[in-house]
Design a protein around this ligand. Sequence first.
Ligand SMILES: C[S@@+](CC[C@H](N)C(=O)[O-])C[C@H]1O[C@@H](n2cnc3c(N)ncnc32)[C@H](O)[C@@H]1O
Ligand code: SF4
Ligand code: SF4
Length: 383
Amino acid sequence: MDRTEIKRDPATNQIPEQTLISRLTEMPVDLREKRIQRPVDDHLGKFPTHCDIDLSTKCNLRCRFCHLSFHEPEEWTQISYDKFLALEPLLRHLKSISLFSKYETLTCRDLLPIFDKICEYDIETYFSTNGVLLSDEIISALVGRLTFLTVSITGITRDSYIKNMGQDRLETVRQNLAKLCAEKRRLKTEYPRLRITTVCMLDNLDELCGVLDFAKEIGAEEGVRMTYLRPFGQEMADLIPASDPEKFATAIDEAIKYADKIGVKFEPVGGALEENENDAKELGHRKLCSIPWEGLSFQPNGDVYPCALSNSKIGNFFEDSIDDIWNGEKLTQFRAGVNDPENMNEDCLNCGHCRYAPILDPGTNEYLINTDNFWGGMKRKKL
Ligand SMILES: C[S@@+](CC[C@H](N)C(=O)[O-])C[C@H]1O[C@@H](n2cnc3c(N)ncnc32)[C@H](O)[C@@H]1O
Ligand code: SF4
Ligand code: SF4
């Protein structure tokens, strides 16, 4: 099937499910059989060992590329410490917890008591933030206790930061990170291990090496993770890799060499473009996903999803027990549609996270640009 000729349903403007399924079933039979093997269904009676939770559905910024500029959460809310305690029975089973998935963790008023509660258990902890609201109190609570911290910076000059992230805050973030690193040195701890993440677009490719310099300057142990722009609205479509693959490939190549030269880890998510195309052809949706067998994804209003990329609600932890959600009919049905190309959940068909989403595929990008219903109950803003 020619990927450039994907036909949409004129009534809904969505890509018909049959078209998406036929993209999956183009694979050779031996690979298809391999792909249908599911993760072992041995979860029954056990607990999740990983979870992610958005502590708030808010953000202090509005990055021009972010889903928050195009979609709204079901509810503008945050979780209180008291409500969070409904998850306490789960904590002793967890190996890791991500304190964010789609919004800004530092906008949650009760972050510190919640974090203190989690630290009573032996759990690897992580979140990603824009870093603007990292106060002295928060820094002192995180240093030596949080395992990983990612700080998102898209725009490494003052003007570019304002253009991309919407506010004049680059200097604030730089100062906050300097304080955090000074506190790490004072306490002689490597935690939280730091990573800088940046979104790469056609008009900021020349800043990649500057982001690597920034990571070096602050001593980010985990280096730089670069994500290709995913377009959530038509306004962003001219800036995605498909608009000029050659220019992207050259810039990423240069960044890989520069990172090597200055000794900073550099990870383009999904690989360099050629690598991504090859992996997508080789694996694509045939890559097995085991996420809904390992954990759950929580929203601050209590809603529960099988993973952070899903829009299929499977319960509410203020009302239902984790045990009932984990072993319940809704999650069982969802699991059945994760890795089966003949019966795949819509979420999984469109997933660009744990599948090798072909970065240059117009089908992937069109879905993101046009879908009205988004991860975790978000809905497209009405203009
Ligand atoms: C949605 S944010 C939530 C956490 C936090 N507010 C932050 O910015 O790190 C998570 C990550 O998604 C990235 N991101 C947001 N919109 C994106 C897009 N359209 N394409 C690629 N990455 C994007 C952000 O840069 C950030 O690193
Ligand atoms: S800081 Fe994070 S959540 Fe906030 S708008 Fe930017 S990418 Fe989105
Ligand atoms: S949406 Fe993606 S991450 Fe979630 S279960 Fe499906 S394939 Fe896995």
